[in-house]
Design a protein. Structure first.
Length: 400
């Protein structure tokens, strides 16, 4: 509520504007208005004052137009440029105050995310202000301004369960974001599980494993850690993180995920979640896949996932397949990541023909041929499929 001093201050500002108009003309009055609003921190009104300044300097009516379409060119374009500048300035002032959500309301209008993303990077939550934290997460993660940092804030302040739920909401096409978030979840769960296993060992009066020991090293020879269906972390979280770990790119994250899978293999069968093809055995199959990514057990892993392929199916016009293509995509990803590009091309051309590129979570056959530097093979595949677009792409690639 405004008090007498506020009212007195407003009256003084109005008198100052009148004086400036009388002594210096319209430009001086507007400059005084802009300065007063800036000094008082009334940035919403400052935006209107800046637009008034723009209209005056452009020779337009001081009254705000109902639509910029009423302004003739080229003045319209110049006024719209000034509008963007004013929005940017006011948004920046809110960022300087640390008000990220309000700043985003301005920058969103002009489609600029970088200033807000930089502010989110520097944002350090105050535990006494959970509402502000929630508002920043809303901008960062849900509005997509800085989803990686938003996800980190969810994981740090709301916990693993909320982070896993949030991860499911990341659009599939945002691969780099999904990879970064998966790797952060792997790191967090691995750290927590290591701490819990170490604490259990110590609580039983056993010598503590050396610092930096992996889960595999800590549980080796200690079957009693899993006696009577014992576990050391939420097993639903463990299963979820192991399943998403196949998208990890960082070698250390992959090694930690393999370590999590090794722990999962030791759990009582009653605590091991049912697998989803082609990872029929959740922990055993992921363990093998992840170790192949680390350059170990490659032939064994490829043999396993080849055995899950089944027979190639016919793809209908609606993109449906007579047999699941999930196993083929998993195998293509694995082959590509272990450097077996020629084999990946063959699996893709045999099992994924007819599927739209947008529906794939593995490289397309064209991308595989490009990586293999073999556009001639793409031309062969395209000719066989009767695909004129891919054929043209191949011919152009060969001509480069």
């Amino acid at each position: 509520m405004s008090g007498p001093s506020t009212a007195a201050g407003a009256e003084a500002s109005l008198l100052a504007i009148e004086t400036a108009l009388r002594e210096g003309g319209p430009a001086a009055a507007i400059d005084r208005l802009v300065a007063d609003l800036d000094a008082s921190g009334d940035y919403r009104a400052l935006l209107d004052a800046l637009l008034l300044k723009a209209r005056h300097e452009l020779g337009l009516s001081p009254i705000t137009p109902a639509s910029t379409s009423e302004i003739p060119e080229p003045l319209r374009s110049r006024y719209e440029e000034r509008y963007v500048e004013a929005i940017r300035l006011v948004g920046s002032k809110h960022l300087a105050m640390g008000d990220i959500p309000t700043a985003w309301a301005y920058f969103r209008v002009i489609g600029e995310t970088q200033p807000v993303a930089l502010a989110i990077d520097e944002f350090r939550p105050d535990d006494d202000d959970p509402d502000r934290l929630g508002a920043v997460i809303e901008v960062a993660f849900n509005h997509g301004v800085h989803p990686r940092r938003g996800f980190e804030l969810i994981l740090e302040h709301y916990g693993t369960c909320s982070a896993i739920t949030a991860f499911e909401g990341i659009p599939p096409h945002d691969e780099s974001v999904r990879v970064a978030c998966a790797e952060r979840l792997i790191d967090r769960l691995h750290r927590d599980l290591c701490a819990n296993v170490r604490a259990d060992i110590a609580s039983r009066g056993q010598p503590a494993p050396p610092e930096g020991s992996s889960l595999a090293e800590m549980i080796a020879g200690r079957d009693w850690l899993f006696a009577e269906d014992a576990y050391h972390i939420d097993v639903s979280h463990l299963a979820s993180v192991v399943r998403m770990s196949v998208m990890a790119k960082d070698r250390l994250a992959i090694a930690k995920a393999a370590d999590l899978a090794e722990y999962g293999r030791r759990l009582s069968p009653r605590l091991q979640y049912e697998g989803h093809p082609p990872f029929d055995r959740t922990y055993d199959d992921h363990w093998l896949y992840l170790h192949a990514l680390l350059g170990e057990h490659i032939e064994e892993a490829l043999a396993l996932f080849r055995s899950r392929l089944g027979e190639p199916g016919n793809i209908g016009e609606d993109g449906d397949s007579a047999v699941p293509t999930l196993a083929a995509q998993v195998l293509v990803n694995l082959l590509a990541r272990v450097g077996r590009l020629d084999e990946a091309i063959e699996v893709s051309s045999e099992y994924l023909a007819g599927l739209p590129d947008a529906s794939l979570f593995c490289p397309t056959v064209a991308q595989l041929c490009q990586r293999a530097r073999n556009p001639a093979r793409l031309a062969e595949i395209a000719r066989h499929r009767g695909d004129p677009v891919q054929y043209a792409i191949a011919l152009l690639a060969m001509d480069v």
